[in-house]
Design a protein around this ligand. Structure first.
Ligand code: ADP
Ligand code: MG
Length: 690
């Protein structure tokens, strides 16, 4: 229940002055539907409106000047501006307006009137101009022009200054709230109170005030991180509190393991014992197996499924695509069936009698393990006794999809798998409600992928080498990046590449892209996976995790546009077998220093976690880690990179708060409730895996 004190902040933005039906959708787009959302929208830069005289203005700077109107010049043609010549005793300043202004300017600012104007100065030859002044006021109202002004995010039809006004109004509605932060921590970090911090947030005086590391911004960020970690901790606790079947470590899994042609790696052994610890606990497991593609996650999951089968419980393994489901089936069916278990593959392809037969096997318990896609949780799919669900590339499923699968059984254990490299520092925010097992060691015998960084003018050489390799029986991925906002433009670029490659290599070149129907895409992928198609051109990330052992070459165009994590995930698709593999990172010169350093990281290491960590250190703007894709929470005040040092503290704090006061009834507990309501993370369910 929302405390009354927060009501003003949870009012719709339409209650703000000046927000009518026309402006409302624009405000919603920029900030969100609630006054709170406007309150949390911060300025991104500062304008310094330096007051001076016209003879000492600096070109390109924003100045505030005291002038007298001397002359209006009407435009002679439509495309010419309306001009007002002004003078301040030192020099002339020309104010100009394009389009549609006119006679009313003459009325509002008659010759002889004294005005204070503020805006950006531009010199054109000898003329000093200010186009569309930000302010033009009678001198008596000069005080209305701030010396420093915060610039807010804007959109067409909603200028930054209007957003600023709305933000300040939202601020005026923000009440003083009870302090939810721990007193000692607050003092140590030099934090000010919540409302005072917001006051500073919206009234920055210096550029340092805009830094994410400014104390008031850190305070607000910490609040958000804490609210999120509290929600994650509560979710985790709620899940643990649900009883789940006890699944002992069995001898069946041991026999399967012994029959494998190789030994488990240390990391696999560790992960398996962590999984088994959960399965035996009587509490519901929610664990993530985190490791690179090919690190051996599926094998660990398979052994856990064998344990479940021995305990007379069924398991499902769900993959985001048909082809991945098929590959998982191929990996696990034989070892499980060799020990007498029955494994079925269920995908959208199964129709009619075949499907009915598989559904029967799941319903009567004849099948121990089901591998498949979304088809696994259609309404008519019933399980006799589902005990464990394994979800591959879990972030590619929506919360509701995962939930529907969980609901197929009573209190089902959950094992999620992810190959998205996420640095340890950020793991808590992405997977905070899961226990995490990392598989950070690769099975032995893999040859490292030779990685080269090559300027695109040398693409011709690369194509020649590729052609030779293909003649020798090799297979290659060729990745075209997402460049423009328009998927169609990207597609055109990829199609163009296919045409170019086909000129040299003929029909051996195929194309997959996001606009294709799934079945069509699967067919091309299958041709490639089964070796019928030597070269596969793809737009951006195609099928995360696809295993094509024969593919030994990965060419990535405009590699500088990808996040390192993404590049890494592409690269791990080659180098699966014992054969030498190569990855060519093409770039459009010149390469910036940072871009150079980033690509160098890939040449130096193939450890996905290390790459992600390094990338974070070198991070520029945007989303180079591809975090959005991996289910990263959408923070408003916290920056997961700039504030990463506080994430662990917030997680500890959350745990401590809930351990001491699970019902949140103490004085601090009550304040913490207000914090939680303020951010609403519980409703978000962004990383909810269950
Ligand atoms: P992931 O699910 O992490 O992508 P998989 O479990 O599918 O990885 O394993 C990838 C490949 O490596 C499979 O062909 C598997 O048989 C093999 N593999 C797994 N573990 C080992 C190991 N310990 N030693 C050698 N090969 C392994
Ligand atoms: Mg995999």
């Amino acid at each position: 229940m929302r405390p009354e004190i927060l009501f003003p902040l949870f009012a719709p933005v339409s209650t703000l002055k000046g927000v009518g039906p026309k402006v409302e959708p624009l405000v919603e787009r920029v900030a969100g539907p609630l006054v709170r959302d406007v309150l949390f929208l911060g300025p991104s830069s500062l304008i310094h409106r330096t007051p001076t005289t016209v003879d000492s203005v600096i070109d390109g700077q924003v100045h505030t000047l005291n002038v007298e109107v001397e002359l209006h010049t009407k435009p002679m043609r439509m495309d010419q501006p309306w001009k007002i010549r002004t003078f301040d005793g030192t020099a002339f300043l020309t104010l100009i307006w394009f389009k549609g202004h006119g006679e009313h300017l003459m009325r509002q600012h008659p010759v002889g009137a004294r005005r204070v104007v503020s805006g950006k100065i531009e010199r054109w030859g000898n003329e000093i101009q200010m186009a569309h002044p930000d302010y033009i006021l009678p001198v008596e109202r000069a005080a209305e022009i701030p010396e420093t002004e915060a610039v807010y995010p804007a959109t067409t039809g909603l200028p930054a200054r209007t957003v600023r006004k709305l933000a300040l109004e939202a601020l005026s509605r923000a009440p003083e709230l009870p302090e939810w932060q721990d007193g000692a921590w607050k003092a140590r970090e030099g934090f000010i109170g919540w409302r005072a911090a917001l006051e500073r947030f919206h009234n920055p005086q210096t550029d340092a005030d805009l830094s994410p590391l400014a104390p008031h911004r850190r305070r607000l960020a910490y609040d958000e991180l804490l609210a999120h970690q509290l929600a994650l901790a509560q979710r985790k606790a709620a899940r643990r509190a649900q009883p789940a079947p006890v699944i002992p470590a069995g001898s069946l899994a041991d026999r399967i393991e012994a029959a494998l042609p190789w030994k488990l790696t240390g990391a696999q052994i560790r992960a398996l014992s962590e999984v088994r610890g959960d399965l035996q606990s009587g509490e519901r497991m929610s664990r993530l197996l985190h490791g690179d593609v090919g690190a051996g996650k599926t094998i660990v999951a398979m052994l856990a499924m064998a344990d479940a089968a021995e305990a007379k419980l069924q398991s499902v393994l769900m993959a985001p695509t048909e082809i991945l489901a098929r590959q998982h089936f191929e990996t696990i069916a034989a070892p499980l069936e060799a020990q007498g278990l029955r494994v079925v593959l269920l995908t959208g392809r199964d129709k009619g009698g075949v499907r009915t037969e598989k559904l029967m096997a799941l319903m009567d318990g004849a099948a121990d393990v089901a591998v498949g896609t979304h088809a696994l949780f259609q309404d008519d799919v019933r399980y006799r006794a589902l005990g464990l669900t394994v979800i591959d590339e879990q972030h590619r499923f929506g919360v509701s999809e995962r939930k529907r699968l969980q609901d197929k059984g009573e209190s089902v254990h959950l094992l999620a798998m992810s190959a998205t490299p996420i640095p340890r520092t950020l793991e808590l925010t992405v997977f905070g409600d899961l226990d995490v097992s990392r598989i950070d060691e690769k099975p032995p015998g893999r040859t490292p992928v030779a990685t080269r960084v090559v300027p695109s003018p040398r693409m011709g050489e690369i194509i020649t080498r590729l052609q030779e390799a293909v003649r020798g029986g090799a297979q290659a991925f060729w990745i075209c990046p997402m460049v423009s906002e328009s998927e169609f433009a990207d597609l055109a670029a990829a199609e163009h590449r296919v045409v170019e490659l086909r000129k040299v290599m003929g029909a051996s070149v195929g194309l997959v892209h996001g606009q294709m129907a799934p079945a069509e895409k699967d067919a091309v992928m299958a041709d490639f996976a089964e070796g019928r198609l030597p070269v596969l051109v793809a737009t951006t990330v195609v099928e995360v995790g696809v295993n094509v052992p024969n593919a030994t070459i990965m060419v990535i165009e405009q590699a500088e546009r990808f996040g390192l994590a993404q590049l890494h995930q592409l690269r791990v698709r080659v180098g699966r077998g014992r054969r030498e593999s190569a990855c060519v990172l093409l770039y459009d010169p010149p390469l910036s220093d940072t871009a150079q350093q980033r690509l160098d990281i890939l040449r130096r290491t193939d450890d996905g976690f290390l790459i992600a960590e390094k990338d974070l250190e070198l991070r520029g703007g945007g989303d180079p880690l591809g975090l959005k894709q991996s289910g990263f929470p959408a923070y408003r005040l916290a920056d997961p990179v700039a504030h990463r040092a506080m994430i662990a503290a917030a997680a500890d704090d959350a745990r401590l708060i809930l351990n001491r006061d699970p019902g949140l009834t103490s004085e601090r507990g009550q304040a913490v409730r207000v914090l939680q309501e303020l951010f609403d993370w519980r409703a978000g369910g962004l990383t909810d895996a269950g």
